[in-house]
Design a protein around this ligand. Structure first.
Ligand code: ZN
Length: 434
């Protein structure tokens, strides 16, 4: 886990005195990047070596001060890339041995400052996370209406500081996943009865847990995470679709049941009737198991539809949905699929995945598959379910009065709209429902 170093000024002065005996600074700030997201701004300082840092906040005006020991502070900071409404300016001062960086803020925020070890394409970094108390994302969760929209949460893999996999030509996975996600969202939003919800709206980093949290907050019917695959050799290619593995799901349910405060969140309204005593825990487990089974069946069916569509426009790496515990496939309560649109590590596929026309094809395929999935299995209170109910194919054991009851119409209405002269109906007959 990441470590937060927030010392009092006194301690910092003491350390300064100690470090001032050291002769030549070995560290240096090589770059500064600002990644704003709706509820957090991340500032990343690229360092020549692992940073020795101390930070503290000051108010009137609100500032965050970071002291970097053993760091050349006599030259100015490299030019910033990116900007955030939270940050007025970033300035520096110092001498050959230490650097002081001051972030002038537009409001007070509880900064989290930590170092990150090198991961391609980046080297040593000092990261400053500035949470935004009044996040832009304050959309109310969709209310339950008579015929609601089906909510699809679309998660563009990686982002910001996390480039994902990197192709042989240097292209980042995060720059493939976002345009596909955006196009998919557009297609979904154009479809009456469906609504898209972008988990990440731009180029910033979101923790995996945060991604499922956002989807859960929007009561998503399905979470679709978009990624590109990579391997150590250039040969593997093709798309694959992943669903949550049963083994992992069972572990996750167990873990979540341990965290009693999370029950209400996971169980929705059911939590109100389940008191969390040890005796009743088995009941909570059963309810979660039921929703988990539903999630997994839904995800598996959706995954199959996606594979069927992708097969028309892309090579498939695996023809069956794969079960795993990667990325967002951790929430047992939200049906989730993870689509690997191809191998970025394969030079030919990297070129394909970079192309706008192929990205559009992928987005269209995903949309067609998801629409078909929800047409086949619409959530009961959705517009899709209502529309589907306008026609009914009679199956064994059904009578006119039973159907009238089910669709909440009168037998007379059913008779009239279908121009029936008697009440007898046959199996396979299609009836119109008024
Ligand atoms: Zn990925």
């Amino acid at each position: 886990m990441m470590k937060n170093n927030n010392y009092k000024i006194k301690g910092c002065l003491l350390l300064f005195t100690l470090f001032s005996f050291m002769a030549v600074a070995s560290n240096q700030v090589k770059g500064v990047r600002v990644w704003p997201s709706p509820d957090n701004t991340r500032v990343v300082f690229d360092m020549a070596a692992a940073p020795e840092h101390i930070s503290f906040s000051l108010d009137n005006p609100d500032r965050l001060v970071i002291d970097l020991n053993n760091t050349t502070g006599s030259s100015s900071l490299p030019p910033l890339s990116g900007e955030s409404a939270l940050i007025k300016s970033i300035r520096s001062s110092g001498d050959a041995n230490k650097m002081r960086i001051v972030l002038d803020l537009t409001k007070a925020t509880k900064a989290n400052v930590f170092a990150l070890p090198p991961t391609p394409p980046y080297g040593h970094r000092l990261v400053v996370d500035l949470p935004d108390d009044q996040p832009v994302r304050n959309l109310p969760p969709p209310s339950i209406r008579a015929a609601r929209d089906i909510v699809v949460a679309i998660d563009a893999g990686h982002g910001g500081e996390d480039p994902g996999s990197i192709g042989p030509s240097g292209f980042y996975e995060k720059n493939i996943t976002l345009p596909i996600a955006k196009q998919l969202a557009q297609l979904i939003d154009r479809q009456p009865g469906m609504k898209a919800m972008m988990v990440r709206t731009n180029d910033y980093y979101l923790h995996v847990n945060k991604r499922t949290e956002i989807a859960r907050g929007q009561q998503a019917d399905l979470l679709v995470s978009i990624h590109a695959d990579a391997f150590t050799s250039p040969q593997p290619r093709g798309a694959s679709v992943w669903v949550l593995s049963l083994r992992r799901a069972t572990t996750e349910v167990g873990r979540m049941l341990e965290q009693t405060e999370r029950h209400s969140e996971l169980l929705g309204g059911v939590a109100e009737i389940i008191k969390d005593s040890a005796n009743e825990r088995y009941l909570a487990q059963t309810v979660l198991d039921l929703s988990m089974n539903h999630s997994m069946v839904t995800a598996y069916q959706a995954a199959n539809e996606v594979l069927q569509e992708l097969d028309k426009i892309a090579y498939l790496h695996k023809r069956e949905p794969q079960a795993a515990s990667l990325g967002v496939l951790k929430a047992p309560d939200i049906p989730s699929i993870l689509v690997e649109v191809g191998f970025i590590s394969n030079p030919k596929e990297e070129a394909l995945l970079k192309s706008g026309s192929h990205q559009s094809k992928l987005a269209t395929s995903l949309f067609t598959a998801l629409k078909r999935h929800f047409e086949k299995a619409p959530p009961a209170d959705s517009l899709f379910a209502m529309q589907r109910a306008k026609e009914h194919r009679v199956s064994a054991g059904e009578s006119l009065s039973l159907l009238a009851q089910r669709y909440n119409v009168s037998v007379d209405e059913l008779r009239n709209v279908n121009q029936l002269t008697s009440d007898s109906i046959r199996i396979g007959q299609t009836l119109r429902i008024p």
